[in-house]
Design a protein around this ligand. Sequence first.
Ligand SMILES: Cc1cc2nc3c(=O)[nH]c(=O)nc-3n(C[C@H](O)[C@H](O)[C@H](O)COP(=O)(O)OP(=O)(O)OC[C@H]3O[C@@H](n4cnc5c(N)ncnc54)[C@H](O)[C@@H]3O)c2cc1C
Ligand code: FES
Length: 367
Amino acid sequence: MSAILRSRLVGALASPHGVDRYLERFNPMWAAHEVRARIVSIHRETDGDAPVATLTLQPTSTWRGHQAGQHVLVGVEIPGVAKRYTRAFSISSAASGKGERFTLTIRAHDEGQVSSYLVREAAPGQIIHLSQAQGEFTLVESPATPTISRLLFITGGSGITPAMSMIRTLLRDGYQRDGVAHAGRKVTFLHFARSAEDQIFADELAEIAAADNGIDVHLRYGDQVFSEFELRRLVADYRDTDTWLCGPPGLVELVKAAYDDSTRLRMEFFKPAVARAARPGEEIEGDIAFTRSGKTVAASGASILEQAEQAGLTPEFGCRMGICFSCTRTKTVGTVRNILTGEESAVPDEEVRICVTAAAGDCHIDL
Ligand SMILES: Cc1cc2nc3c(=O)[nH]c(=O)nc-3n(C[C@H](O)[C@H](O)[C@H](O)COP(=O)(O)OP(=O)(O)OC[C@H]3O[C@@H](n4cnc5c(N)ncnc54)[C@H](O)[C@@H]3O)c2cc1C
Ligand code: FES
């Protein structure tokens, strides 16, 4: 049946809206190509100023599953706002298969439009839009990681979610070798939270810590900040240990420095680590002309998205990280630099993701 629905003939008959538009009218959980999900339940993890909730989602059968550590783009229609917002969220549950349920664990940011809505207002039964799972921040081998000798996870705040997916996957799948559970291989999990009250998954982490499963859990609160000295005490050869790091920029910077370019360190960012394209000591000379709105600003080295917002424009954005493409605009003229890679481009009429692109001189943006 699903092969028929995906066929070219059915696609042509359903043109121009596509077969999913028709299926959706009968049942929002029917889809041939798109991925949608029904919110099954919402569990409040922590309260306080920035509460956290875990949403359990039942995806449509088009969901291809995820590897532990991957994220998904979530499209949300907020009541009273006539547009769909897109944001990225790491999947917090163990690796899923085709059509299987999974969870997202979301912190409500004070002025955050989507996170606040999902944590405080969304309700079971609601339908949200999804991408397929994406991202390279995954366990090298899964599910049983037979060749990995030791694993280290360092996380801060909501950065716990992808690591939690990996730990849950390892525990679920036994990560055995030759029939021996965890085969003497250690997992070290070092997490920094603002306070004990802000600790997500506290009960589960206490259970994991108490069980004989090879996983050491170290939770640090408040002013117990990351120190290289402490890391060395926990994992003496950490630079030669496969490590997954996800957390706020301050933590990421400290850990990166401790690893001194070791390729064993893998990182995931929820916010871009580099916010400016200007190189140290460099002055960017030139203006950004937003041609549609008629505004012009001096190029500062910040992303074109930030510069547009400072100029009072409200361009579309999603992840602000270069992964969702919602902010793509045309640069008609001029030279721009990719903030993440440092690569420059002067090609006219080029589509650029303005959240990770900055002007490297005069340029015109269709905005
Ligand atoms: C790969 C990845 C995985 C992630 N996983 C998780 C996760 O598991 N859990 C989680 O809680 N979060 C996660 N995030 C973060 C998440 O995607 C959102 O960024 C976060 O929830 C805030 O979104 P929001 O819509 O609530 O806030 P937004 O409305 O997007 O606001 C966020 C910030 O954007 C800026 N901003 C927004 N609008 C403007 C404006 N008009 N002018 C100037 N600045 C503005 C402000 O700095 C604001 O604080 C992840 C992000 C990435 C990239
Ligand atoms: S906002 Fe997602 S790519 Fe720019």
